[in-house]
Design a protein around this ligand. Structure first.
Ligand SMILES: Nc1ncnc2c1ncn2[C@@H]1O[C@H](COP(=O)(O)OP(=O)(O)OP(=O)(O)O)[C@@H](O)[C@H]1O
Length: 610
């Protein structure tokens, strides 16, 4: 079999829609630049590229096409074609040595081949490098053991984390102890388990124990603190929760602090997206802050760490001074990042980070029906999840099993009515936009899929029509009043990032603007300046990460598929504060989804192994 035959197969698979043009282009590029690249390697490279688009950072070589069946949403026909191709061209990685396209077990992260072969996996060099960087940085941080004034530490820990009435281990206090003694702390837990409550106390603790400018000198300057999250929404929520927690602490701190912490708490910086923090350089993958221009920080708290992908984590660790403390907060049971990597889940599985990890398990927000459903999903118990949905008497949970996706439209009309009415209400455009943005948080339609009548694309169109039919909006062109728009790329010059959501409403002069909330602040952006947006009446569960809504309606498709996972339904459910409606034409699919764990292939776990 020849390289030409492999390329012909790949071209046919692209034509069938099983591969993207980019996947085939990688194989062609390898063939052009390394003509000795064997045919089976070309095949593997195209598959690796395809897997990369689904979030994996490596292709396991030992069980193809079994892996493809599990990891790719491929029809049986595609899997058959792959089996046949592999029958004539079995993967023989041992024969790839010497080919200029791939390097096996590179001694370090240098080297120029586009592909790397290690631990029976094929990876893109850049992912391999990022994984190596992350592992190296975290090992160094985890090994650091910082001196602590024990008497002061005990006093402050006691103040910030009073003993529990039930005498159980206080894991939140434990997080304080870990953060004090080292440069890396990972606090994990589901929604409402008190991660940000804990983070606020870590802030105070570290400020209070920041030391002195000499043995008898004055207190050292306040720590330079950074607060960040992967999305603007999550960053705004982090700042708000930290401020709330600090407010709650003030009465206890005032008389005890010796020196006032209040001015420092008042001067906390705004929470930023990780991109904004690092300072993007347009047109490159690089950032203004890196190892040569580190972030001017002593302490960085990053929330929603499950959404941080490999490359971003690598750049973040690179840009953080080695002397700074890093605190990551996140829920490893939520969906992994859209881009390649499952960094948080990998960190949670790394023995070397166990001493630096604290898992919070007690949900303080979800105690009712939503909490019970979350618990059933988390435990993988599909029958209990369905029973919780069907048997709920509190009104917090509902199950709809319609045959037709249009059955969700009445729910959407009801859910979005207050937002659209707020836009048409009295007041200045800014006042109306503010009220509407707030009302928009009360309900959201979340989908498992992007395409089709049960997906975001189909439902956005259908909801628009239903709202127009109900007299709630007039679809006059692209930028009609009331259109919710979500950015699908970063626009740092506007202070807006991928995933940010705004509402369209004309300004005083009648020109349409998209209004975005950033904490208390409101931005009105001329719609012509928005580069890539999509309507957001319905959004994918992936895009909803880091947000919360009063009532969530989660729409599952009628057919099963590898995308329907426990992480997906759990993430969708836990976006709901008060009510959750599952719209599932086949309710049994919920049980299937709950039983299916997301599998992300990558090399970070191996790089973090002892
Ligand atoms: N030890 C505690 N004592 C009293 N209240 C607490 C404690 N820990 C957390 N809380 C309260 O529980 C609620 C949830 O806490 P928090 O917002 O910190 O959770 P979270 O894990 O950050 O949630 P999410 O991931 O959804 O942001 C808050 O109202 C917080 O004030």
């Amino acid at each position: 079999m020849t390289a030409a035959a492999s390329l012909a197969d790949l071209a046919a698979w692209q034509a069938a829609g099983w591969l993207r043009p980019l996947d085939v282009a990688l194989a062609r590029f390898l063939h052009d630049t390394a003509p000795t690249a064997p045919p089976d390697l070309l095949l593997a490279a195209a598959l690796l590229s395809r897997l990369e688009s689904a979030g994996h950072s490596a292709l396991p070589l030992d069980d193809l096409p079994g892996t493809a069946a599990e990891l790719l949403d491929w029809p049986a026909e595609a899997l058959n074609a792959l089996s046949q191709a592999l029958a004539t061209r079995p993967l023989q990685p041992q024969a790839w040595a010497g080919c200029a396209a791939v390097e096996a077990d590179p001694p370090d992260d240098e080297g120029g081949t586009p592909l790397v072969l290690a631990n029976d996996r094929l990876a893109l060099r850049r992912h391999w490098r990022d994984e190596g960087d992350i592992a190296r940085q975290l090992r160094a941080r985890a090994a650091a053991s910082l001196p602590v004034d024990e008497a002061q530490a005990t006093a402050w820990l006691g103040r910030l984390f009073p003993p529990r009435a039930d005498g159980d281990v206080d894991w939140q206090r434990r997080a304080g102890e870990v953060a004090l003694r080292g440069r890396f702390t990972l606090v994990t837990g589901g929604p409402g388990t008190g991660k940000t409550w804990t983070a606020a106390r870590l802030l105070v603790l570290l400020q209070a124990l920041r030391g002195r400018g000499g043995p008898d000198g004055p207190p050292a300057p306040w720590l330079r603190v950074g607060l960040a999250a992967p999305t603007g929404k999550a960053a705004a929520r982090l700042k708000q929760s930290i401020q709330q927690a600090l407010q709650g602490l003030r009465p206890a701190l005032g008389p005890l602090a010796g020196e006032a912490l209040d001015p420092w708490a008042d001067a906390l910086p705004p929470a930023r997206t990780l991109h904004a923090l690092l300072g993007p350089r347009p047109g490159t993958r690089r950032f203004r802050h890196d190892a040569t221009n580190p972030l001017p920080l002593d302490l960085l708290i990053v929330d929603e760490a499950s959404m941080v992908h490999l490359a971003l984590m690598a750049r973040l660790l690179d840009a953080l001074p080695s002397t700074a403390r890093l605190v990551l907060l996140g829920d490893p049971d939520q969906l992994a990042s859209v881009e390649a990597g499952a960094v948080l889940a990998d960190l949670c599985a790394a023995p070397v980070l166990v001493p630096r990890t604290v898992a919070l398990r007690e949900s303080r927000r979800f105690q009712g029906a939503i909490g019970a459903l979350a618990q059933a999903m988390h435990g993988g118990d599909g029958a209990a999840a369905l029973a919780a949905l069907r048997g709920d008497a509190s009104g917090a949970l509902a199950l709809q099993s319609p045959r037709d996706a249009t059955a969700v439209l009445p729910l959407a009309v009801q859910g979005y009515r207050p937002m659209l009415q707020a836009l048409q209400g009295p007041g200045t455009p800014a006042e109306r936009a503010r009220a509407a943005l707030q009302a928009f948080e009360a309900f959201r339609l979340l989908c498992a899929l992007r395409e089709g009548p049960w997906g975001v694309d189909g439902l956005n169109g259908a909801v628009e029509r239903a709202l127009a039919d109900a007299g709630l909006l007039r679809r006059s062109g692209e930028w009609y009043t009331g259109r919710p728009v979500m950015l699908s790329r970063n626009q740092p010059a506007l202070g807006l990032f991928n995933g940010d959501i705004g509402l369209v409403l004309p300004a005083d002069d009648g020109t349409p603007r998209a209004w975005f909330a950033e904490g208390e602040a409101l931005h009105a952006v001329a719609v012509g300046r928005l580069e890539q947006v999509q309507t957001a009446f319905a959004m994918t569960v992936h895009k909803s990460q880091g947000s919360e809504f009063g009532h969530v309606a989660l729409v599952l498709p009628p057919e099963d598929g590898p995308l329907l996972t426990r992480e997906l339904v759990y993430t969708g459910l836990t976006r709901a504060r008060e009510r959750f409606t599952l719209v599932a034409p086949q309710p049994a699919l919920l049980a299937r989804a709950v039983a299916r764990r997301t599998r992300r292939e990558g090399g970070l776990r191996a790089r973090l192994a002892p």
